[in-house]
Design a protein around this ligand. Structure first.
Ligand code: FES
Length: 160
């Protein structure tokens, strides 16, 4: 789904961000700390927020976008309360993790990288989680589900 950034609703947060920018402006290497603070304030880094940072720090938008998309701690879309990670590493893949991922996509009506409308779930495909003995593996925040079967997905999601 698409998320629209509401300037009016975010007025106070924008103000807070501008103060963060102001106090970091003169420091060298201020982009990373400002992006961290912005991520904390908004929960994600939409293009509108990147533009405010770009103007405030006088750093090209392309550079900010590059940093925001390179580091996994930053997100360009709002994250749900629960992040589901389905392992697509080799061991999980050969044991059917793609079918599990497809089932979750269908059930939640989102794509990989997407967040449900109610902001409950964000879906991610991951590399090997180091638990190949449990393949196929899925995580939901800190919880790990191994030796998963497609028909179990629904019940597991319903627990959240
Ligand atoms: S391949 Fe999935 S945990 Fe290793």
């Amino acid at each position: 789904m698409d998320f629209c950034f509401d300037w009016k609703e975010n007025e106070e947060k924008i103000q807070e961000l501008k103060e963060v920018i102001e106090s970091n402006k003169v420091k060298k290497g201020s982009l990373m700390p400002v992006l961290h603070e912005a991520q904390k304030i908004f929960g994600y880094l939409p293009i509108e927020v990147q533009k405010v940072i770009s103007e405030g720090l006088n750093v090209p938008l392309a550079e900010i976008y590059g940093v925001a998309t390179f580091y996994s701690q930053f997100s360009l879309i709002p994250k749900g309360q629960y992040t589901i990670g389905v392992c697509l590493g080799t061991a999980c893949y050969v044991r059917g993790s793609q079918e599990i991922l497809d089932e979750i996509k269908k059930k939640l009506d989102i794509d990989v990288g997407g967040t449900t409308k109610d902001m409950k779930f964000t879906l991610q495909a991951t590399r090997c989680l180091g638990a190949c003995g449990l393949a196929p593996v899925m995580t939901i925040n800190e919880d790990v589900y191994g030796k998963l079967k497609v028909e179990e997905v629904s019940d597991i999601l319903n627990k959240y």
